[in-house]
Design a protein around this ligand. Structure first.
Ligand code: NAD
Ligand code: MG
Length: 398
């Protein structure tokens, strides 16, 4: 029987790659629902191509317009709108797997709804786990959901882990997780040039084509910081067992070191369709459309230690992870506000880290023991971050 899939964030970079893999296997997979924020034209085209039972957008007026266009094209699809509809299509009984590929904190509620409904959750939305790791993992366990990482590094770690993923790490003989990072577009740019970085420069990643928010995160290396926190929760790994390794070629997607001296790695061309196909079919293997890796073409693999002075966002993420409680949610919220301000031309690139550091200092820590507490910290962090951005804009801060 065909497995039905909901793709949250279908119009984004991960959503498009997911639909590419799904369309290669019409005998295995069908599309239950596709969701988008405001890219209605793209969602319309996707509905015609993939024939979902439901489509979800943010605004009522967009839903009405999309429904009219789909009806006129004789495409049978019910168009819904708003955050509750996202949770509904993520938890509907007919759905087998949910691709969680909404960017940012907005992705947390529907991803959690999928976990609570016991679905196979294909997790791209790392911000959900950063905000509420302990709560999220507890929901996965309680409701018997299957959590499969889509982030290429975490998917690689998952593949290199002992089968069954014994917790704690020592039980499976794992001594260290080696999380690789390309270093982004500014790995060797003079630090004095960073204040002049523009959004287009920051979004020109050397190896990966991604959405704009994660592209900026890669340029500041906050992306790797969020991934350290993500790995902490996915693999029950303490911070001191997670080592970031700069590997500019992005061919090794991460490694796992064992007590007998073995180090297992997963390699491949940098194309998100590999982890997507892996998680869709796990434990089977299916064609993803990714070009086979040619080691002779790769020729060499380089490794460097991360430079915390060049990438202060990475140090801030470790700080938030060690602080625990709501600190990672505060870090994430401050980062979302700062990155959006940078992309809008309202904040200098090098001030993204300064805003986040200020917000971590300003928002009091608290135990992250309920989603209400997490979202309250998220809101407070966003307000403080926005006021810091305004102060920079007004020239009130040096
Ligand atoms: P993107 O910006 O290309 O797409 C984001 C999707 O989310 C779009 O479909 C958009 O319509 C939807 N969306 C945005 N805001 C929303 C809101 N408020 N409510 C509902 N929907 C909303 O982003 P992306 O690059 O595809 O990344 C998606 C997620 O996957 C992010 O969490 C990112 O960190 C993670 N991820 C991406 C990559 C990659 O290669 N692109 C790799 C690893 C992890
Ligand atoms: Mg990644």
């Amino acid at each position: 029987m065909k497995k039905l899939i909901t793709v949250l964030g279908a119009t984004g970079s991960i959503g498009v790659s997911t639909l590419d893999v799904v369309a290669r296997h019409p005998d295995r997979y069908g599309v239950f629902a596709l969701t988008a924020h405001r890219q209605v034209d793209k969602l319309y085209e996707q509905c015609l191509a993939h024939r979902p039972a439901y489509a979800v957008v943010e605004r009522a007026e967009d839903a009405v317009a999309l429904q009219r266009r789909l009806d006129a094209a004789e495409c049978r699809c019910d168009v819904l709108y708003g955050p509750a509809a996202l949770c509904d299509v993520a938890s509907a009984p007919d759905v087998a797997s949910v691709m969680a590929a909404i960017v940012g904190a907005a992705g947390l509620p529907p991803t959690l709804a999928a976990a609570r409904a016991g679905k196979r959750v294909l997790l791209a939305n790392k911000e959900a786990l950063v905000m509420s790791g302990a709560l999220f993992m507890a929901e996965v366990d309680t409701h018997g959901a299957t959590l499969l990482p889509i982030d290429s590094e975490h998917n690689a770690i998952f593949q290199a882990m002992p089968s069954g993923h014994a917790r704690p790490l020592e039980t499976g003989g794992v001594t260290q997780i080696l999380l690789t990072a390309s270093g982004g577009p500014f790995r060797s740019t003079p630090i004095s040039d960073l204040p002049a970085v523009t959004p287009d420069m920051a979004c020109a990643h050397p190896n990966w084509v991604m959405g704009r928010k994660i592209s900026v995160d890669s340029a500041t290396m906050m992306n790797k910081g969020l991934e350290v926190i993500e790995a902490r929760w996915l693999f029950a790994a303490p911070a001191e067992r997670i080592q970031v390794v700069i590997h500019p070629q992005s061919v090794i997607h991460s490694l796992v070191a064992y007590s007998d001296g073995s180090v297992l790695a997963q390699l491949g061309n940098p194309d998100m369709r590999t982890p997507i196909a892996h998680a869709l079919a796990y434990p089977e293997r299916i064609d993803s459309g990714v070009k086979p890796l040619d080691l002779f073409e790769v020729a060499r693999l380089d490794f460097e230690r991360p430079d915390f002075a060049r990438f202060p966002c990475l140090a801030l993420a470790y700080r938030a992870l060690r602080a625990g409680g709501v600190a990672p949610a505060v870090l994430n919220a401050a980062n979302e506000v700062a990155v959006a301000a940078f992309l809008d031309g309202h904040l200098r690139f090098d001030r993204i880290a300064a805003v986040i550091a200020d917000v971590l200092d300003a928002v009091p820590d608290a135990a992250a023991d309920s989603l209400e507490v997490v979202f309250a910290a998220d809101r407070e962090a966003r307000e403080v971050a926005a006021s810091r951005v305004r102060a920079y804009l007004a020239g009130a801060r040096p």
